[in-house]
Design a protein around this ligand. Sequence first.
Ligand SMILES: C[S@@+](CC[C@H](N)C(=O)[O-])C[C@H]1O[C@@H](n2cnc3c(N)ncnc32)[C@H](O)[C@@H]1O
Length: 343
Amino acid sequence: MTPPSTQESLRQVLGSMVHVSRVVQGAEVHGLVRGAASSGLLAACVEPVTVADLATRLGRGDALVADICQALDAHGVLVRDGDRYQLSAGWEPMVDPLLGGLMDDMLAYGAARAAMVEALVTAPETYWNGNPEHQLAVARGVTLDPRSPMAVAVVRMMYDALPDVCEVLSAGGRYLELGCGVAGTLLCSLQVFPRMTATGIELSDRLVAEARERASELAVADRVRFVAGDVAAFSDDDCYDVAFWSQFFFPTSTRADALGTAYRSLRHGGTLLCPLMAEPSLLSDKLHSDDGRDAAMDRLVHGSWGVPARGADDLADELEEAGFVNVRVIDRGFQRTVLGVRP
Ligand SMILES: C[S@@+](CC[C@H](N)C(=O)[O-])C[C@H]1O[C@@H](n2cnc3c(N)ncnc32)[C@H](O)[C@@H]1O
C-alpha cells in the first residue's frame, strides 16, 4: 500500500502535468497545422470534402486522413458535417489565395522563434549570428508577402492615415528603408505608388538577396536599390522624402547612428516613420492576456538582441533627441507608428 504522503505527492505531480501537456499540445498543433497547410489538405477543405476524397488527393491512407481530420476538428480548424469536413469559419480566410504565402510564413516564423527561444537558455543565438534559416523565417514572418494583393492592400491602408506622405510618394517621392529585411513593406509601397523610387539598407546579405529576387519577380527592380551593409555607414544626404525605420530590430548601441542616418538622408521637411511593438505597460497591466503573452515573447526575443523596450512616448522622446520635430503617434489599431519630421 502506497503511504498517504507519497499518494499526495503523486497526486500533485499528476495534477501539474496538465500544464506541461498544454505546452506539448501547442507544439503538436503547430506541426499538425503546418503539415496540413503544406500538403494542401487545408486548401482542399475550402469546400466540404469526404475523408476518402481527401485521402485520394493527398495519396495517404483513409484511416490516417480520418485521424488527421479529427485532430484538426478537435482544435477548431475543421468542422465535421456528416461524412464531410470543411474549414471552420475562423480558418477559411487563411487559405484565401489573396494572402499569398502569409500562413506558411507565419508558421515558419513560429518554428524559428521557438528554436530561438529555446536556445536563449542554452546556447543563445541572435538574429544576426544564429541559424540563417531562422533569420530568414523571422524576416519573412514579421512582414507581409509583397506578392500577395492583400499585403499591398494592407500597406495602402497604412498610408491612408498619412495623407502628406501619400501625396509625396504618389508624385514620385524617394523612400529610404533603414533595416529593410526581405523588404515586404518597401516592395508593397512600390506597388501602391507606381512612381515612387526606393533604397533599402540591410545588414544581412541573404535577406538582401531575397529582397532583390522579389523586386525582379514583381517587376519593380528598376525603381529600387538595395544596399547590403550597416545603416550607420550609409550616406546619401538630403535625398529622401520619406524614411522608414524598423526600430525594434535595432539594439541600443546602434540606435543613435541609425537615427543620425535617417536625419541626414531626409530632405528638410522629410518624414521619418517608425513602427512600434506593443506598449511595455501591457506586460505589467495585462501580462496574462493573449496580447500580454505575445508581448512577453517579443520582449524576450528582441530584448535578447539588445533592443530596448520602447513605448510610443519613449520612441517619441528618442526622435526628438535626434532633432526631429512634429513628432506624433498614429494609432491604427493593427499598426502604431511614430512619425517625426526633419526641420
Ligand atoms: C526584419 S526587418 C523589418 C521588416 C521590414 N520593415 C519589412 O517590412 O520587411 C528589420 C531589419 O533591420 C536590420 N538591421 C538591424 N540593424 C541594422 C543596421 N545597423 N544596419 C542595417 N540593417 C539593420 C535587421 O537585420 C533586420 O533584418
